[in-house]
Structure formats: structure tokens, C-alpha cells
Design a protein around this ligand. Sequence first.
Ligand SMILES: Nc1nc2c(c(=O)[nH]1)N[C@H]1C(S)=C(S)[C@@H](COP(=O)(O)O)O[C@H]1N2
Ligand SMILES: [Mo]
Length: 429
Amino acid sequence: MSDDGLLDEHHYDLTRTRQWLEGEGGAGRDGRARRDLLRSLVVAGGAAARHWTDRAPVRAAGPAAAEPGPIVKPLPPDLFIAHGTNAEMRWEAMKGKGLLVPNDRFFVRNHTRTPLIDARTWRLRLHGTGLRGAPPAGRAVEFGYEDLLALPAETMTVAVECAGNGRSFYGTQQGTPAEGTPWRLGGVGVARWRGVRLATVLERAGLAETAVDVLPRGLDPNFVTGGVDLGPVRRPLPVAKALDDVLLAYEMNGEPLPPDHGFPVRLVVPGWIGVSSVKWVGEIEVADRPLFSPWNTRFYRLFGPDHPPEGGPPLAEQVVKSAFELPWDATVRAGRPVVLTGRSWSPHGPVRRVEVSTDGGATWRTARLRGPERGWRRWETTWRPDRPGPTALLARATDASGATQPDRAVFNTYGYLFGAVVRHPVLVA
Ligand SMILES: Nc1nc2c(c(=O)[nH]1)N[C@H]1C(S)=C(S)[C@@H](COP(=O)(O)O)O[C@H]1N2
Ligand SMILES: [Mo]
């Protein structure tokens, strides 16, 4: 049914990219001319998404007063940095907090806007050639919200992190700005997700032995870029990963999923870049052949001078990162001890060591690791700043596999996977 090697995202993307280039993949409803992949990054034209214009309109919030914003929850400036349709968590908002990021300060990454969906009429529709049923179209199976709640539930505490988290440092720290939302380090959050294993739903829908890929689609408005309608956010997953540890989550930190985080149901795909965790999922295509969408061909692959001209090697798992729970450009008092706290995380395994420099990287000390690791690890170290003036705080984590944070990240046009040590500016006064 599935190639276990496809559990590894790097291997998965390499395999799928090769298949795409060789014309093996199913075009299906997501078909795009393969030459598009070989064209420049910003495709000017294309017949991509005519199919998607028949989608149901988004239900607007309440009576047609003011047009609702792209994000529904309040975004107080002490908790968030606004970036258009996205909102970044301020790291100082995690100081003194437990392991989990409370829902009121969890970052939001919307390609368009948060749809308001009525759980009573919402359906999850599974269809495609990877389900047992009459060929060639397969059959459609539907689940309502209550149907999912009635299935065996599972809970997992994992991070969701945008592949572009840290993107702004390609510009500010390395002098090579990348296009896209200029996240600092707040495009990540850890929550306790509860829901049904995607495996359970796939099995109940009649997963065929021949199934290869699943393609979840969001119910948010179509993503239009450069005048081209690319359809709803959707990104294929190999069946091996779908059956392994993917959750169809309906709860976040003990509450029903908030609208901005995917109500009524979203995917949570542990260890994989954030875009895999499709929010507001309404439909899952299950296919007996590889599937493609702009989100695993045009976007979320590595392009640029240090990468092959056609793009790639594509995105692997996230990279090791660290952040201080401190305002950007914080001021600290000279001559007084200050407890520096932060968190580090890795997709490869537990964080084993965190080193901190308070003098711009000249000398390093080892931070104390605190509490359990779930999603990330908290740490702290005491610093007694003496000399007044500007300095930079640096934190560098190493995980159990030996993976650590380099001084520089290899540039890519879209600024994904910034894993280098970040220089956090601080003023000693
Ligand atoms: N339907 C849909 N799913 C989506 C997105 C989106 O715009 N639409 N954004 C993706 C991206 S790029 C990320 S990083 C995560 C962010 O999840 P959050 O907004 O709950 O933090 O959702 C993913 N799922
Ligand atoms: Mo993302």
C-alpha cells in the first residue's frame, strides 16, 4: 500500500518531485502543466484553478456590518505582531507560562481569511480512487461533526510551526531578504490537540490497499496570487504518514478548536511543516497515485542560487530552533541579575543541550533545562549584565541526534527553514 520511506518528509518530497518531473503523477483535479514547475517562481498565467470557482461562499460573521477581518480572535499588540492575514506570537507572552501556548496567543497563519463554519452542517467528505468502491471514481464517504466526536479520541502535545518561521533573519541577519511574511520566531506554538486519528477515519471510509496519497482541502477562500486562483489550501500527504501519527483535531488545549485554528476540524501533522496541518478541512481525496498541489510543487520547496534551477531539494522536516522569552530590543538593568528564559525545539528528537551567549557570541554557557519536553523544552540561565550598551543574546540548541543550530542558514528564495542561531538585540542600561 505504501512505501515506508515516504514517512520521512525529505524522502517523500524528493520522490514526489522526481515523479512529478517524470510525469508519473496523477494530474486529477490538481493538475498543472509540469512545465510550470520549471518556470520561474512567480508564474504569470496558467489554467490552474478553474475547477475551484464553484465552491460554496464563505459564511460571513453575523449581519453584514463591517467586513470581518482575516483573523477572528483579538490580536492585542502585547501578545501579537500583526502581519496582514497572519499574526505572530510575541515571545515575551510565554514568560512564566507552562508548556502550552494558550489559545489567545497562539500564532495564526492564514493564506486568506478565517471562515466561520457551522458544525451542524459541516461534513468531512472522503472520496477518490484510493477508497474501495466502484471504479473509476471511487465512492464518497461522509462524516459529520458528531460522527467524529463519537469515534475513539486521542490526545497529543505537539508543535505547529510555519516553514517560514524566522524568515526575516535571512534579511536582517544575513543581508539576503527572502520574500514572504517577515516572521521573527513567533510563527510556532505548542498545544494539546485532541481528535480522531486520521487512520481511524481512513479505515472506516474503506481505505484501499492501493492507496498512495491523501489530499486534505481547506474550506477557507481560494488562495489567489499574482492574479492566479490556486484553489483552496491543500497539500498531499503519503498514506504512510497519514496512518502513522496524523490527527484530525477538534480540540485545542481543552476547548473546541477556535475558528482561527481550524474549527470545526483540522489536521495536525507532527514534525511536518505547518502547511501540512490543513485547517477547516472539508474534504480528503484518497488516491491510488501520487497527488500534487501548488503547496508541494511551487511552494514549500527550496529555490535559489544554492539549489537546483528547477527547485529542490524540497522541504524536509523543520529545523532546530531556540527563542528567548524576552521582548525584541528589551532593556535590562546593568549590575542586577536577570533570569533569561527561553525554549528550544527540534523535529528529530529531544533537546539535549542549550548554550547561551550574552556577549554576541564571544563566550557561551550552558542553560539549565527545565520541566518535561513536549513539543519543546524550556530552559533558563542567570545573567548579570555589567557594561551598559547594546548587546545580543544568542541561544543554540542541540538535540539527541546531534543536530544543532549553525551560525548561518543557507538562503532560499522563499525564506523557509531558518535554523541559524538568532541574535536577539538587548540594551543594557
Ligand atoms: N485551510 C488552511 N489550512 C492551513 C493554512 C491556511 O491558510 N488554510 N495555513 C497553513 C500554514 S502555512 C500554517 S503554518 C498553519 C498555521 O496554523 P495556525 O494558524 O493554527 O497557527 O496552518 C496551515 N493550515
Ligand atoms: Mo506556514
